[in-house]
Ligand binder design. Sequence first.
Ligand code: CAA
Length: 295
Amino acid sequence: MDVKNVTVLGAGTMGRGIAQASAMAGCSVVLYDIKQEFVDGGIAGISKILGKSVEKGKRTQEEVDGIMGRIKKSIDLAEAVKDADFVVEAVPENLDLKKKVFADLDKLCKPAAILASNTSVLPVTAIASATQRPSKVIGTHFFNPAAVMKLVEVITPIGVAEETVQITMDFCKKIGKVPVKCKDTPGFIVNALLGSFYQIAAQMVMDGVATAEDIDTAMKLGANHPMGPCELADFGGFDIIANGSDEMFKYTSGKSGQLCLLYRKMIEAGRLGRKNGKGFYDYLPDGTKKPFKLF
Ligand code: CAA
């Protein structure tokens, strides 16, 4: 099957990026969320990013109009998925919520439709079990910012059909991504590794080994990472990191996913990262950032 109609559920950071990438590749996209303001926010976010690319001379206004014209908004799930070849779910990381969404999708989508979860940490096999079509349920784990980052981890739960895996790999390539297959294991590849990266960096800050800024500088200049671990933790959000770690801890019986106390303290202090302008750094209205003095 050549995927033409894509529905993305959830217009948050990940959902809007996946919708943008799909529309840029020529797919017809429906961006769904439960409230009109959420969908409008997602569309406004995509429009702003694409607007900047016109200012930078990377795209023409006509190209941007074409991309935006391929994205429809919806707050009606049945309507949003009725023509979908491929559904990507990007709703909050809660297993019960995802199972409910997949049970609904199973009833509402056409039989050939593939149902993919963008979960970064939850078991896709458990999500698939909420449907009568586990052979057509798969994980597509995109990375933030999803419109830009090349990787998609294609997560293969128990019971997935080889045809589903192939269609998914082809779809990822069609939208300009590089898919990598991975078994349904906690944190998959990247987050299983990045999790330790976040924890060790925060522990170094707590232990006074170096400042967050110096740790970031060290990893950018010493390991050629585009962002240091503290900047990246700010970018992802401490609440997201805490939730991911707690899920990892649960599914590995504590073998991994031990959250550094500093993240819990930051969350208690109302510091969530870049999303509210307060993380390891303070993000200022003029677009710059300055290190926050933690201790
Ligand atoms: N949302 C959408 N697009 C964004 C963006 C954002 N937050 N930030 C930057 N971009 C886009 C820009 O619009 C620009 O696009 P065009 O080329 O079309 O104009 C492009 O990215 C490059 O941006 P810039 O030139 O402004 O900045 P940059 O070259 O410094 O790149 C970056 C920015 C891509 C974010 C880069 O710093 C980077 O790669 N950082 C690391 C990101 C990373 O590691 N992500 C993975 C996080 S882990 C994860 O995602 C796990 C999970 O489970 C969600």
